[in-house]
Design a protein around this ligand. Structure first.
Ligand code: NDP
Length: 283
């Protein structure tokens, strides 16, 4: 029987460390603050915002929400963004995306101060991830995968790790972060031949393809660690990951569930980034 790697447990452990760091900052007169910018009120955005606010509150980080009208013009949107960007009381910015279709996010990605870019929107921070420069911020989800492994005592160093998915949000930055930890990384995508065999050979298999239950038991090596990043809705309307959890749990040594897996750690990583940002901006 495999160990279920619960994101909620990892997040709970991180919470204690985060509270301690916030208290240290506050004793130096610094109150870390996250600015959330939202255009419109998409239910997905509101749910994500609630989760982020709750996590900031739990750790003592202040949170200010800037709600913009859904039909805001590009010019007004950029002006509003610039105001938050230039506000010295805000240390990190989370822009809820995707934006309404008439808005272009490229200008604000170029505009955001790299040290406030706690969600890794800018080219500067992404380049740092690829260069192995740890002074920036990686995207929260790939870093949440590393936090999950860390909490369960799984060191990727020297191990064969396969990542299924090569997006700029998850797969690619995750592969870079794993390389930085001295893993031997293989990245798979839709053109990968012999996907099943490549996955089977992995000691650590990370699924980030966005395809419901595509990782079946025959694609997993005996005793592998399986991390599921996918968030999908199946044909019955239920939330599920990229891994066929019920089948794979009999083969894997450790497996993360969906929901309750990696997704439960991302807001803690965001809080960690805001703390780092507040420290930077006051040093
Ligand atoms: P994208 O759709 O941008 O990328 C999917 C990647 O998976 C692509 O590189 C694609 O390959 C590859 N892929 C798709 N189908 C297959 C297949 N059948 N075989 C092999 N490779 C395949 O998705 P994201 O990276 O944004 O997200 C991935 C998943 O992670 C989604 O389910 C998303 O909801 C979830 N997610 C979860 C988060 C969390 O907090 N837990 C946060 C962000 C995302 P190719 O490049 O060839 O098209």
């Amino acid at each position: 029987m495999s160990t279920a790697m619960k994101g909620t447990e990892a997040a709970k452990a991180m919470k204690e460390e985060l509270i301690e760091e916030v208290e240290k900052l506050k004793s130096d007169g610094i109150c870390p603050c996250l600015g959330i910018i939202r255009a419109g009120a998409r239910p997905d955005d509101l749910a994500y915002e609630r989760g982020a606010r709750k996590r900031m509150e739990m750790t003592g980080i202040a949170c200010r929400v800037f709600e913009l009208p859904q039909d805001i013009t590009q010019e007004a949107f950029e002006e509003a963004f610039a105001r938050v960007n230039d506000d010295p009381g805000i240390h990190g910015i989370l822009l809820l995306r995707p934006l309404p279709p008439h808005l272009d996010e490229e200008p604000v990605k170029a505009m955001i101060h790299p040290w406030k870019d706690v969600d890794c929107m800018s080219g500067t921070n992404m380049a740092k991830v690829f260069a192995g420069d740890e002074t920036g911020y990686a995207p929260c989800t790939p870093e949440a995968v590393l936090e999950m492994l860390r909490y369960y005592g799984i060191d990727p160093e020297g191990r064969k790790v396969t990542v299924v998915g090569r997006s700029m949000v998850v797969g690619r930055p995750l592969a870079m972060l794993l390389l930085l930890q001295n893993a031997t990384v293989t990245v798979c995508h839709t053109r990968t031949k012999e996907l099943a065999q490549t996955c089977r050979e992995a000691e650590i298999l990370i699924a980030a393809a966005g395809k419901a239950r595509m990782i079946t038991a025959d694609m997993v090596g005996e005793g592998a660690v399986v991390v599921d990043v996918g968030i999908n809705v199946d044909e019955d309307g239920n939330l599920c990951g990229d891994v066929d959890y019920e089948a794979v749990m009999h083969k894997a040594a450790c497996i993360s569930p969906v929901p309750g897996g990696v997704g439960s750690i991302t807001s803690s990583v965001l809080a960690k980034h805001v703390i780092k940002a507040a420290g930077f901006q006051n040093s």
